[in-house]
Design a protein around this ligand. Sequence first.
Ligand code: MSP
Length: 511
Amino acid sequence: MKTKFYATTPIYYVNGAPHIGHAYTSIAADVMARFKRLDGYDVRFLTGTDEHGQKVEKAAHDAGVDPQTFTDQISADFKAMADAMGVSYDDYIRTTEPRHKASTAELWKRIEASGDIYLGHYEGWYAVRDEAFHDESELTRRPDGSFVAPSGAPVEWVREPSYFFRLSAFQDRLLKLYNNQPEFIAPSSRRSEVISFVKGGLRDLSISRTTFNWGIPVPDAPGHVMYVWLDALNNYLTACGFPDETGPLWRYWPADVHFVGKDIIRFHAVYWPAFLMAAGLSLPRRVSSNGWWLMDGEKMSKSLGNVVEPRKLAEIFGLDQLRYFLLREKPFGADGSLSHAAIISRINVDLANDLGNLSQRLLSLIARNRGGVLPARGPWTEDDTGLLTAADALPDLVRANMDRQTFHEGLEEIWKVIRAANGYIDRQAPWALNKTDKTRMGAVLRVLADTLRVVATLLQPVMPGSMARMLDQLGVPPDARDFAALTTPLADEITLPPPQGVFPRYVEPAA
Ligand code: MSP
């Protein structure tokens, strides 16, 4: 039986249209899910939308639409965006679905049964934009006397009856978790941040609201709806069939990795494990957080009018090109700047020059000088085995980087081999060997074909469409494209389809 692997994206607030930041977390999670599938795992990959709470209710109200109709529309748009980005989710969850309401009511009851919920009164600051309670010490005073949250979100004073979760009782257990499971929070800079936050002492958390009603009702407590983060976090359990622990999906819990943005690490690495501990459920293995994309160095925001529509970028540059750029351009956990110039440079240098030229040169030489027939392997020289050994070492190197979500380093390992292959083809000059030593030319072309096969197989998770075309051209049968198949050499003397360019240079359209 295959080992299971459960990966999740954050579920997105449906208060506005999807943008590149949302697409980014989902694409990174998708790369991980596709990689694990090709690596022989039984993968469950979840995404969806976060539809309750004051922020969404307010957005619906501002649009003059009832919240359900509003969330139906925007959730459908997020789904269309995921599809357009090639996000290969197995389940698309919406928190307004009956399965989620039932599951979340049950989670509440379990936490309550543990004695970790009590009724009280909340009085303090709340940032609707973050859907987060803030301690006054975290706020900054603006010149006009108003306060803002660390994210810059405005806060308002809230005073209402509320149920509380006894978060303060979980400090030791959480610190033990971070200590025993050092890989629980990534990258390590975030881990240190969370540890010092928890060491600073935890206050009990308000987990119900009474001043609006767009949420999941608290069981047996009229007037209270659940705090939207308790509701939202539970989506990960709902999608495993919770509370049905005998159902077919339960085997996927706990999550192997929750992908989240750095702004929501606290909810996932502090509140979520504490809720699960209280409910007696097992804990996720890892919360991996991504940094932010800035637009030409500036934060994206609706008010600045610089929000990037991912579908538009994919249309201009190509979907695979965009996916590659997003994963290659910056370390996953760090912030980075997005600009058309940076995308074009990745397309023209990495994709067109390095990878595109390599495959084009190889495949056209096989077409022209070998009648399109893939040459047999060997005999090998030292230069040949040097390149082949580097290619053989790649799957393990890339796997290790995938498991740490150091996507850009995994890609750099692949590019080292691509650059080595370009150096090799220049040194060996198979076009000259065509006149002097056809047998040797065949051996050289085969070394390159075997190398490119490894490269294209490993790049499938990042660029599924282009790599499928490249593997077609290399004569790799569709059922031999997983990583296990790499240990079996391609059959000799197969006839390859006519070569076609996979990565054209990007040329700026004439104004
Ligand atoms: N609904 C919550 C998540 C609940 S998960 C149980 C939420 N939604 S969100 O729509 O506001 O943001 C979702 C994700 O998008 C976050 O992880 C956030 O970091 C990410 N991004 C939003 N803007 C971003 C960038 N500009 N760059 C990169 N990612 C950013 O939070």
